[in-house]
Design a protein around this ligand. Sequence first.
Ligand SMILES: [Zn+2]
Length: 98
Amino acid sequence: MEKPIAKIQIFGTKEQIELAQKFANDMSSENQASLTELLLSLRQHLRKELNLEPVPKKIKHLRFSNDRIFSHNEHCIQCGEALLKGQDICRFCNPELT
Ligand SMILES: [Zn+2]
């Protein structure tokens, strides 16, 4: 995560830089942070630059913790296997979970 955050702070808009810094701060103080706002801002800006049609300001909730992504998937992001609550990858795809 560090490289993209560093790049945003160099090339991002003022808003994106603030959001990236907030993400980095939350990550270091709480070991977790939400990327939702930053992703929304990046998407809007990039789509505009690329002359793509605007999309609704909605994005799947995405939250990073130290070593894994928390989302509200009900199925494994790799194989589609049904998951227990709070997981995003099943134990078959991630043997560390067992
Ligand atoms: Zn799986």
